[in-house]
Design a protein around this ligand. Sequence first.
Ligand SMILES: NC(=O)c1ccc[n+]([C@@H]2O[C@H](COP(=O)([O-])OP(=O)(O)OC[C@H]3O[C@@H](n4cnc5c(N)ncnc54)[C@H](OP(=O)(O)O)[C@@H]3O)[C@@H](O)[C@H]2O)c1
Length: 325
Amino acid sequence: MDCVMTQLQITAFGGLSVLQLAPLLDKMPAEGEVRVRVCFAGVNPIDAKTRAGLSWAASQHKDALPWTPGFDAAGVVEQIGPGVTALQKGDRVCGMIGVPLRGGCYAESVIASEQELVKLDGVDLRQGAALPLAGLTAWQGLFEQGALQAGQRVLILAGAGGVGHLAVQFAHRAGAEVATTASHDNHGFLQRLGADLVVDYHQADWVAQIGQVDLVLDLMGGASAQAALACVKPNGRLVTVPTITAQQIKDAGAAADVNVVGMLVHPDRQQLAQMLALLRQGEVHTTVSGEFALADGALAHQSIEAGHVRGKILLRMPAADLVGA
Ligand SMILES: NC(=O)c1ccc[n+]([C@@H]2O[C@H](COP(=O)([O-])OP(=O)(O)OC[C@H]3O[C@@H](n4cnc5c(N)ncnc54)[C@H](OP(=O)(O)O)[C@@H]3O)[C@@H](O)[C@H]2O)c1
């Protein structure tokens, strides 16, 4: 029999109050899918931008509300669909689910394709929920779009955030020299993650303090990204990650003769498995600085919209208590 659980969804775009609890009927997974009992869901800026009606995803959802946000989940497989071979009931898994549009992880259970999930195999559920979207963005930005090589110098704008704190660790581990920008309070945090140089972006001469780099991973967009164009060496590159200002930065790059590329994160099970292996080996850590009950999702959005989260914040579901997480 179907069991009624809870999800957090929107029926209209707007402020924090549009996030409302709603019943969720358990669905049966289709071919190649599983149903995951969610323990933790990751919160990402795209969730809040879409809730507010500001993202490309919002324009796609406008005639198809309600929408349940959330693209990151960690939990326990509770139902297997036909044709699923790599997962079993009871497996602890995490994944980036429903990208670029469907989402659905702000919920006590979610249907995911087998291809979107990786077994945690000993990695803690919180770490698993914090990793997928931010980790894949950092990895693809540095190594696919940025083609970062050992010995090169990289600038990561906004190193202390969800994507940034993972990018700092991945770039350091890959043998790059890492410069990053952050508020003064985050300097020790980023040095411990492997940053060679941390510059306070509140200082007027922060661009001069950075010097020249082969690659900028831009996690800020706007004026910060435009200023960072001056750091890019001839034949270097700036990868701009926030989509809302991407065209503006590309135009500024063209005017300054700097190669600027945009990106959209895409699912990649192999990359996710590689990153989880680094977590398992203790070579990379996710920082979770806040945990909110599903009913307090609005507070999580308020926090992410303020723009100064260190690492990641998560939504905690009742199932986390059941599995002792
Ligand atoms: N294109 C894609 O596929 C894709 C994928 C993922 C993310 N994104 C976008 O990428 C951006 C970053 O995502 P995220 O999850 O890392 O965001 P986030 O976790 O919300 O970033 C918060 C961090 O930004 C830092 N920050 C704020 N203002 C800053 C400034 N002027 N200079 C440097 N750092 C600053 C803060 O550090 P301090 O407290 O030290 O200021 C804070 O730690 C967002 O716009 C997101 O929507 C795009």
